[in-house]
Design a protein around this ligand. Structure first.
Ligand code: FES
Ligand code: FES
Length: 160
């Protein structure tokens, strides 16, 4: 099987891997780095469970071809934290608002929300709903998730 060597930044650290050219970013995160926060739901770019941030944008890692990651900066849910090194304000807000039930969508939701708040620190409810429109949740009904993102925007501690 043809392989490709790619170098990129992962959660702030430079990394180099050699994997089959057909692998996607999600498979690399989970199988090469044991970063299991991003989940495979649909595997075809429709559910958002696999969302990570690449060069500041939320992407579906399940359809991100690994050769295209060369030289880029990848942030997964394992790479975010609060200013005290503990939970990120979004993670705290999700817990406080009961925005997590089965949790399968949660890391993707949080990474989409982070990408939104990084660009738009004071989003309206409509902007939040648009920001997570590519992320499906089967459990919560979205109300708690939107409230959690609104809370995190208010309590962001300046570290988005
Ligand atoms: S698993 Fe990637 S979008 Fe569904
Ligand atoms: S908490 Fe279960 S899918 Fe969102």
């Amino acid at each position: 099987m043809e392989k490709v060597s790619v170098s990129f930044t992962l959660n702030g650290e430079p990394v180099t891997i050699e994997v089959p050219t057909t692998w996607n970013l999600l498979k690399v995160l989970r199988e090469c780095f044991e970063l299991n926060g991003a989940k495979e739901g649909c595997g075809v770019g429709e559910c958002g469970c696999c969302t990570v941030i690449v060069d500041g944008d939320a992407v579906n890692s399940c359809i991100y071809p690994i050769p295209e990651i060369e030289g880029r900066s990848v942030l997964s849910v394992e790479g975010i934290s609060g200013t005290d090194g503990g939970l990120h304000p979004l993670q705290k807000a999700f817990l406080e608002n009961n925005a997590v039930q089965c949790g399968f969508c949660t890391s993707g939701m949080i990474m989409s929300a982070k990408a939104l708040l990084d660009k738009n620190p004071e989003p309206t409810e409509d902007e939040i709903r648009t920001g997570i429109s590519g992320n499906f949740c089967r459990c919560t009904g979205y109300v708690q998730i939107v409230e959690a993102i609104e809370m995190a925007a208010k309590n962001k501690e300046g570290n988005f």
